[in-house]
Design a protein around this ligand. Structure first.
Ligand code: NCD
Length: 307
């Protein structure tokens, strides 16, 4: 809809807008009480057609922390989608009840269709194996706090780079900064899709290497972004079982890593990071969870045009 700004792809935000969101997210984190009434009287709807813990609850917690209210559903089965209603009709309806919508859907492009049919802003909270822009905002706030910069960083992405939507969105976001190098670590079957390699890394001229060997590249990394093998996107269970434990990060494997490495993971973790790594100060994934709430508060304010 005209005059309504949604967020479907991270590249819809300019570098300057990312900077202001990071700045606002940090201000809210430092003084949440100052923002506790910014969204008084506003309603957020969370329409989750796929499972979620962090994304849905952090959106709800963000809106509640701004003084707003929330409604929604957390599984397709409890909505009229189970009766065969289209995404377009569901959103036309919900946009009469809420001021802003966060939607997760297993089909790539569903939140875009939603945005085209909504009277209010729609935020893509993950669409199939495609994109996840608010996880990327969370990752960016984490990188900003851990490293103090977005430029001149070597980032290793490890695990399921094929279906991992958080990987696709973060690579898009980082491809706009100078001096960024990308190291892609995955089994052959789970390599980064060529559309991301060509349209994003290639077009931006970002140097990248692809390997199956995490140990060999570990000493180069400033950031290691671990991911879960995305079981729900596989066509057969056998392939999933064969690939699921391709990489398991342990304290031993971190022996040749840089002392200032930051280990990120969008979570949920299954097996790919041993719990013994959690005590390592380089493990940033639970700090990352905390940032997710504050950056979503900043995003909600921005899309609702609240100063
Ligand atoms: C991610 C997702 O849903 O894509 N989770 C999240 O939102 N933090 C990653 C995943 O499910 O593996």
């Amino acid at each position: 809809m005209e005059n309504v700004r949604s967020l479907i792809d991270i590249l819809e935000l300019s570098v300057e807008e990312i900077d202001s969101l990071v700045e606002l997210g940090t201000k809210i984190l430092d003084d949440p009480a100052a923002y506790a009434h910014k969204c008084d009287g506003k309603i957020l709807a969370t329409l989750f057609f796929e499972p979620s813990t962090r994304t849905r609850l952090s959106f709800e917690s963000a809106m509640l922390g701004l003084g707003g209210q929330v409604l929604g559903f957390s599984e397709a089965q409890s909505s009229s989608a189970a009766k065969g209603e289209s995404v377009a009709d569901t959103v036309r309806t919900v946009s009469c009840y809420a001021d802003i919508i966060a939607m997760r859907h297993p089909k790539e492009g569903a939140p875009l269709v939603a945005a085209m049919n909504s009277l209010v802003p729609v935020i893509n909270a993950g669409d199939g194996g495609h994109n996840h822009p608010t996880q990327t905002l969370t990752d960016l706030l984490t990188i900003h706090h851990e490293k103090g910069r977005f430029e001149d960083l070597t980032i290793g992405f490890c695990g399921d780079l094929k279906f991992g939507r958080t990987v696709h969105s973060l690579i898009s976001a980082m491809s706009r900064y100078k001096g960024v190098r990308v190291v892609l670590v995955s089994p052959e079957e789970l390599k980064l899709p060529s559309y991301v390699k060509q349209d994003v890394l290639g077009r931006a001229g970002i140097p990248y290497v692809q390997t199956t060997d995490l140990q060999a590249v570990m000493p180069e990394l400033d950031i290691l972004y671990m991911t879960r093998v995305q079981r729900e996107r596989f066509f057969n269970e056998e392939d999933y079982l064969r690939l699921k434990d391709s990489y398991i990060l342990t304290p031993e494997k971190l022996q040749n890593a840089r002392p200032d490495l930051s280990i990120l993971h969008p979570l949920p973790r299954v097996n790919e990071i041993s719990v013994a790594v959690d005590a390592d100060p380089r493990a940033a994934y639970f700090r990352q969870v905390r940032y997710g709430r504050f950056i979503r508060m900043a995003l909600i304010m921005m899309l609702l045009g609240i100063q």
